[in-house]
Design a protein around this ligand. Sequence first.
Ligand SMILES: [Zn+2]
Length: 209
Amino acid sequence: MRRMRGERMMPSLRFPFDLRTLRRLPPLFLRALGMIAALAIMTACNGGPFAPITMSRMTDADAYAIAFLDQLQPRSFATGREFCGLLGRDASGAVRATAPVMGHREHCTPGRAPENFNTFASYHTHGAFHADIDSEVPSAFDLVADREEGVIGYISTPGGRVWRSAQGRARLLCGPGCIAADPAYRPAAHAPIAPRYTADELRRRERGI
Ligand SMILES: [Zn+2]
């Protein structure tokens, strides 16, 4: 589409002299500009030139989050960063997601939702596997932040787990390897993992109690 538009612009261009070389420059220039703009948009929206996330229509939020995070995981493993965003519903009730924002190694702030997005959840990945980071469970802060925002939260881990947080409590939606896992993931690196946690229990885990 971009190329076609660039070529259609040619006849309207007027040159004071007839130099074939110069006449060939504008479409090439436009194409290069188009490619640079496309790369810039991909980098700004997705934190890098990653494959787009394609989702079929779903009304089940848990199923949507699991399928969406499964596709988002490889970006986290490739960059070692968290990716995050928001989930909302369109007028028909179908779940939709904002474009993932690339955050940092241990935190990520989702951008603002567009108008009428009907936000009901946040989502974030937990980056790549590190033996020194206990990232197979949500953090106490994850639970508190979602509760304060009045949303539920979906969290994916390097081991391929998906957690759902609601009202300060986390529940394991699906276990290790249920979505894409970091090939570097080593299950024995951390303390045993329960299927449910409160924010207080996660605080105690974070302190090693
Ligand atoms: Zn987290």
